[in-house]
Design a protein around this ligand. Structure first.
Ligand code: SF4
Length: 515
């Protein structure tokens, strides 16, 4: 029997958990009595490449090669996190195998990135070339020997590709090229976050029309259901359906359930953020539905719930306190006033919250005000202390080089992190990229960041002379090398970052028996 829609998640993206977007679309299709299945070609492709990597010539790679199966088992074992060095070695050794496998194709593969000589993911002509010369792709062998047969068995009427990250672009197009060749009668649809960003650029003209039948921006269900003469009821959020990947071996020390309670961002004011520029509508799931979803998921083995919301508002945190998720959980929140209350934080911890991701960006109040973060820096101090006191890990995001910062203010951020280091478990320092559709573009002198008609960022002359090269120098040579920051960064899970960070929370060793 044929499938109405087959959804494919192409390599390369961090393979720690199942992709939520296509699992939601599957659920929406089933809700409308349409058949839909999903294939995580990212996970399958990476596992295939590791398994079939030819024996390396260089002796220093022999060890990684010989123990590659063991390393994969280690990453999936909850016990690995008890010994950070063993965990780190397993991740980095496997990553070296990926890199060595890609090198034969002039490609650089890692758990989080993909680059290939001659194919720039920000250049539509390069992506079309990748489709035309798909046999040059390091995942070609997996596509031909495994994925092709799965598609044949399903006989889909339509195949949808979920393109979320730039690191997926080249291989997505290589795979589209092959599907076009192998299954000429099947309709091809392209969607996902990256495509949505491309399509929301002013002056977007579809360069893929000869290869792809439909490009779908925004919420996948909204774009795909009408292709089957159905309409999504915007009030209904379907429960992500992971049944097609329930026995997949993700690279994680426990089973992660990605779940979202909303779409968009309720705050939507931070000036550097696409949510602000695009003004996407904020929608929240009914609390009753969340309770029902959790009851459903309680039946399966889940070790960690990952809330993928842009930011969980206070009302949702209250709901999670009243109706806790089926396993320990983590997600993004803002530095909201409720977190100033230690009893509220305690209740959050009791609900199973083991880590919160918080976007601080800067510790200079004038920068926070200019970027409309809605944060009082003196509140941040108390919130970090409260969360630490109740045993909730904090994962803090910093952004250097915004148009409102200068070196003096960047140093304020460094000082703040150092003086609060006892209450911070993880930090992620990033360098600001100016989105091409940012409202600030008109006030700045800009130039293309990298060549290509699909580039999403501008380089710019910093109004305070705090240019990118100086910012990079500061982050590399002052921030990261500070002895206190180094100590925090040394605990950072390599490559998998926040996806694995919660597994180092004391909850897991204490509860090993359950896992
Ligand atoms: S809270 Fe996060 S998602 Fe929302 S506007 Fe700010 S940066 Fe963007």
């Amino acid at each position: 029997m044929s499938t109405d829609l087959l959804l494919i998640y192409p390599p390369v993206a961090r393979p720690a958990e199942p992709p939520i977007g296509i699992a939601q679309i599957k659920s929406a299709f089933n809700h409308h009595n349409l058949s839909c299945s999903i294939i995580d070609a990212n996970l399958e492709g990476l596992r295939y490449v590791i398994k079939h990597c030819p024996s390396p010539q260089s002796s220093d790679l022999q060890f990684a090669f010989r123990f590659r199966e063991q390393h994969q088992r280690s990453i999936r074992s909850p016990h690995t996190c008890a010994v950070y060095d063993a965990y780190k070695r397993a991740v980095l050794e496997l990553n070296r195998i990926l890199q060595a496998s890609g090198a034969r194709y002039n490609a650089s593969i890692s758990f989080t990135d993909y680059k290939q000589l001659d194919y720039r993911p920000t250049e539509s002509s390069h992506l079309l070339q990748a489709a035309a010369k798909a046999r040059n792709n390091p995942f070609y062998s997996y596509f031909k020997t495994s994925l092709k047969h799965k598609i044949e068995n399903q006989q889909p009427l339509m195949i949808g590709f979920s393109l979320i990250y730039l690191s997926q672009a080249v291989t997505t197009f290589a795979l589209i090229g092959l599907v076009r060749e192998w299954f000429p009668g099947v309709k091809i649809v392209l969607g996902g976050g990256l495509l949505t960003s491309w399509m929301s650029q002013p002056g977007w003209r579809n360069p893929f029309s000869g290869l792809v039948d439909e490009c779908v921006a925004g919420c996948g269900e909204n774009g795909l259901l009408p292709l089957f003469q159905k309409t999504r009821d915007s009030k209904i959020f379907c429960r992500p359906d992971y049944s097609d990947v329930k026995s997949a071996h993700y690279f994680s020390p426990g089973r992660i359930l990605p779940y979202t309670t909303s779409s968009g961002c309720y705050w939507r004011r931070c000036r550097f953020c696409p949510e602000h520029v695009e003004q996407n509508r904020y929608q929240q799931k009914q609390h009753q539905q969340i309770t029902e979803d959790f009851a459903y998921y309680h039946r399966s083995r889940i070790d960690l719930v990952h809330f993928t919301d842009n930011a969980l508002p206070a009302s949702m945190l209250r709901h999670l306190i009243a109706e806790p998720p089926p396993a320990p959980w983590y997600g993004y929140v803002r530095f909201i006033d409720e977190l100033l209350d230690i009893d509220f934080c305690r209740a959050l911890a009791r609900s199973g919250c083991i880590m919160l991701q918080l976007g601080l960006e800067s510790a200079a109040q004038e920068v926070l005000d200019a970027m409309c973060k809605g944060i009082q820096i003196e509140h941040v101090s108390l919130i970090l202390k409260n969360l630490n006191d109740v045993g909730i890990f904090t994962f803090i995001y910093l952004l250097f080089g915004t148009p409102w910062e200068d070196e003096h203010r960047a140093k304020k951020t460094l000082d703040f992190v150092v003086s609060h280091s006892n209450w911070i478990q993880y930090i992620n320092p990033a360098i600001f990229n100016l989105p091409v559709n940012s409202l600030d573009v008109q006030n700045l002198v800009t130039r293309p960041f990298y060549p290509g008609d699909l580039s999403l960022y501008h380089d710019f002359d910093h109004p305070k002379g705090w240019h990118r090269s100086r910012v990079r120098h500061f982050v590399q040579k002052e921030f990261r090398v500070h002895s206190t920051i180094k100590k925090i960064m040394a605990k950072h899970p390599p490559l998998f970052s926040s996806a694995h960070a919660p597994f180092f929370h004391p909850f897991f060793p204490a509860d090993r028996g359950k896992l």
